[in-house]
Design a protein around this ligand. Sequence first.
Ligand SMILES: [Zn+2]
Length: 79
Amino acid sequence: MKDFCMKCGSEMSPGEYTCKVCGQNDMDEYRLIRNYVRSFPNSNAIQIANATGISVSKILRYIRDGSLTVVDSHTRRGR
Ligand SMILES: [Zn+2]
């Protein structure tokens, strides 16, 4: 599985979050989103976008890539 820079689309090494081409650090945004989702596990992409200032399309991409789970399965199991 290959990773691509969110900004310029260059190929990135797996586990690498800073783009060697444009210097974009996806980890900062990813961390923001993840922290928000941890506090508000049932938020949707639009709510996350409003709270973090990151565009909805980027958030959806993080989610689609599987790096982010918005609806946490742990909260379901507990009931
Ligand atoms: Zn880049």
